[in-house]
Each structure stands twice: as structure tokens, then as C-alpha cells.
Design a protein around this ligand. Structure first.
Ligand SMILES: *[C@@H]1O[C@H](CO)[C@@H](O)[C@H](O)[C@H]1NC(C)=O
Ligand SMILES: *[C@@H]1O[C@H](CO)[C@@H](O)[C@H](O)[C@H]1NC(C)=O
Ligand SMILES: *[C@@H]1O[C@H](CO)[C@@H](O)[C@H](O)[C@H]1NC(C)=O
Ligand SMILES: *[C@@H]1O[C@H](CO)[C@@H](O)[C@H](O)[C@H]1NC(C)=O
Ligand SMILES: *[C@@H]1O[C@H](CO)[C@@H](O)[C@H](O)[C@H]1NC(C)=O
Length: 334
């Protein structure tokens, strides 16, 4: 009884396998008709949304049909189209570089699995997905050993022709140093290069430089006339430390002092000792303008007939930190 059952099961199983094999081998090729493919753009940027339309306009379709979008002769999407409609739009969101290819449309009144649709429509459009960032080659123009004060020029190139959105002739490129964006420059697509320059190299310009091209970032003509909301004027003043200020001030003081001495000697040859005597007083005021009483004092001194006071505006230096440095000397008893 058990063996009969087993044999029966075996036969049934065999039959079932034979049937599936039979259907597979004799399965007819899908009957597909060609539709028209339409896309607003042939070049699209990476991560953007892609819309492609299949149109059956002009074909006499009286029943509901299945429309297949094919990429490189393989079905990738399927949608149904009601008889009262001519067009259907497929939406592919956030495309990547693998979405580049030749797209076409076919349709049928039967539903097929996408992998069975291996036929392409009569017309195709080639879609190119443009990468947002393209690593480029970088080289230093001239000797790679650079000395302080030299001008450095980097040349950024791409190995093969570059495709940009809508054949844009000029796109952005970055010069990166040790991972951060240092300079932005226009990349000429027909020349396939961009040039970055650093004027007057300093020690901290040493490091690893690389270049990235942004093929989807087109530089528009009108960008040259668009400016920011406002501008700020930045003036970097030469920083002078206290020691050099003192040295310079001392130099000026000595020069004036000697000048005064000579003047004195030529006018009053009988009294040269005055020059070196304590009649000359030197005052160093570190608070300057804020120190109003001192200023009044000095002005009062100025008014005295017998006193000689000199306040050289050039020597009145105001440091970046707000501290003032003023040297005033007066010579009394002329
Ligand atoms: C569309 O096809 C139907 C039959 O399928 C036919 O009767 C009709 O005349 C056709 N129309 C055109 C405009 O060819
Ligand atoms: C797409 O078509 C173009 C020409 O029409 C051909 O050069 C290219 O190789 C095709 N791409 C693929 C992936 O088949
Ligand atoms: C599908 O279209 C074919 C002709 O292309 C026709 O012979 C067949 O009857 C149609 N089938 C259905 C279900 O409409
Ligand atoms: C790019 O380079 C070509 C060839 O040197 C030049 O004719 C063209 O003006 C450049 N394009 C731009 C936008 O600078
Ligand atoms: C580069 O950056 C890394 C960290 O991101 C840092 O440790 C390294 O010192 C930097 N090198 C230079 C030359 O600035």
C-alpha cells in the first residue's frame, strides 16, 4: 500500500515537473509594440529626480495596456495606461550613476514580468547621469620644491572628456588642502583644466593638496554681475611689537635730540653743556588721548615762552590693542 502511494506520488511529481518544464520551454516571446520615449533632459545630475514619459500618441489603442520602460533593452518599470490616455510618466527618484543608459518604451495588452521584457522600442534616448563630484588630477606647475615668497601654481585636470549638465562650458572646481576647501576656481570644460595660484608662499602653505571638479555646478554668465548683499573692507595692518616700536621711537628721539643740539650749538656756542644736562626732560605717556589732564599740562607748557616742546604726530602710534604710545619732550630755558 505504501509503495503504491510512493510510486503514485513520484509519478505525479514527475508530471508536475514536466509540465513546468514544458511551459517554460514553449513560453512565447512577449508580444510588445513600440511607444515613443520622451525626456525633458538628456543630462541629469546625480541624486536628482528623473522623469521619462512613454507616449502611445497616434496608435489606435482601444483597451487598457501595460507600458514598460526599458533601459538598455531590459524592462525596468511597468505601469498601466487607460485607453483614454496617450502618455504615462515614470518617475525615478534620486538617480545614481548607474541610471545612465539608453531608455525606450514598449507596451502590450498583457502583463509580463519585467525580466521577460528584453526588447527595446523603436526610438531610444541616451540619458547621462552627471556626478556631483569628480576627483581630478592635480600637479604643481614648475618645480615642486618651493621657497618662501614664491608663487605656486596648481593645475587641475581630468583624464577624459568631461560631461556637464546641458553642455555647460564652465563649472566650479575646488582646491582642497588636507581635506578642507581652500580655493574655488572655474574649470574650463573644453580645455579640461583649472589653474589655482597661491602668491607669496609661506611655511604654513606646506601640505597635501588635491582637486575636485563639480560637473553639475555650472558657472552662469550672469554670475559675473551678481555680487553679495554688501562688501566689507578688511585692512590688515602690519603688526609692530613693542620692542620695535621702542627702537624706532628711540631712533627718532635721538635724531631730533642731535638736531636740536646742533641747532643749539650753532646759535649759542657759549652754552653747549645745556644739551647734555638734565634740562631736557623726557616723558613717556602710555595712555595718550584718554589722559586729558596730561595733555592740558603739555599745552600749558607749550604756551610758556621759555619752553620748547615738540610733539611729533608721527611718533604717536596707536597699537592694534588700543594701547597708545606717546613720547613728548620739552626743552626749557632757551
Ligand atoms: C481603431 O481601431 C478600431 C478597431 O480596433 C477601428 O474600428 C477604428 O476605425 C480604428 N480607428 C482609427 C482612427 O484607425
Ligand atoms: C546607447 O546608445 C549609444 C548610441 O545610440 C551607444 O553608443 C551606447 O553604447 C549605448 N549605451 C548602452 C549602455 O547600450
Ligand atoms: C491583445 O492584443 C492582441 C493583438 O495585438 C489581440 O489579438 C488580443 O486579443 C488582445 N488581448 C486582449 C486581452 O485584449
Ligand atoms: C575655455 O578654453 C577655450 C580654449 O582655450 C577658450 O577658447 C574659451 O574661451 C574658454 N572658456 C571660458 C568660458 O573661459
Ligand atoms: C591634516 O589634518 C589632520 C587631521 O584632519 C591633522 O592631524 C594633520 O596635522 C593635518 N596636516 C596638515 C599638514 O595640516
Amino acid at each position: 500500500m505504501m509503495t503504491v502511494f510512493a510510486v503514485l506520488l513520484c509519478v505525479l511529481l514527475h508530471q508536475a515537473i514536466g509540465q513546468t518544464k514544458g511551459t517554460q520551454s514553449t513560453k512565447a516571446m512577449p508580444v510588445l509594440s513600440s511607444a515613443t520615449v520622451l525626456a525633458p533632459h538628456r543630462t541629469i545630475s546625480e541624486n536628482s529626480d528623473f522623469y521619462v514619459t512613454c507616449s502611445t500618441y497616434g496608435r489606435n489603442i482601444t483597451s487598457m495596456i501595460f507600458v514598460y520602460l526599458c533601459k538598455d533593452s531590459l524592462g525596468i518599470r511597468r505601469m498601466t495606461l487607460k485607453p483614454d490616455k496617450n502618455d504615462i510618466t515614470f518617475h525615478i527618484s534620486r538617480v545614481d550613476l548607474h541610471h545612465s543608459g539608453n531608455y525606450s518604451c514598449v507596451y502590450s495588452n498583457k502583463s509580463y514580468t519585467l525580466s521577460d521584457v528584453t526588447q527595446r522600442g523603436d526610438n531610444t534616448i541616451q540619458i547621462l547621469v552627471i556626478p556631483n563630484f569628480l576627483p581630478a588630477d592635480i600637479a604643481v606647475v614648475g618645480p615642486s620644491a618651493v621657497h618662501e615668497g614664491d608663487n605656486i601654481e596648481f593645475r587641475c585636470t581630468v583624464p577624459s572628456s568631461l560631461h556637464t549638465l546641458g553642455e555647460c562650458p564652465l563649472v566650479y572646481s575646488y582646491l582642497r588642502k588636507n581635506g578642507t576647501v581652500l580655493l574655488v576656481q572655474a574649470f574650463n570644460v573644453s580645455q579640461m583644466k583649472a589653474t589655482f595660484s597661491i602668491k607669496g608662499a609661506v611655511m604654513r602653505d606646506s601640505g597635501h593638496y588635491s582637486c575636485v571638479v563639480l560637473p553639475t555646478m555650472c558657472i552662469q554668465e550672469q554670475e559675473h554681475v551678481v555680487h553679495g548683499k554688501n562688501t566689507v573692507l578688511l585692512e590688515v595692518k602690519e603688526k609692530m611689537d613693542l620692542a620695535s616700536r621702542l627702537i624706532i621711537s628711540a631712533g627718532v628721539i635721538i635724531t631730533i635730540f642731535l638736531g636740536l643740539c646742533l641747532w643749539w650749538i650753532s646759535n649759542k656756542p657759549d652754552c653747549p653743556a645745556m644739551c647734555t644736562s638734565g634740562l631736557m626732560s623726557q616723558e613717556t605717556n602710555t595712555l595718550g588721548e584718554q589722559d586729558e589732564p596730561d595733555r592740558e599740562d603739555l599745552e600749558a607748557q607749550d604756551e610758556e615762552e621759555d619752553s620748547f616742546s615738540l610733539e611729533d604726530e608721527e611718533m604717536y602710534n596707536q597699537g592694534a590693542d588700543g594701547s597708545d604710545f606717546e613720547v613728548v619732550y620739552s626743552l626749557a630755558g632757551m
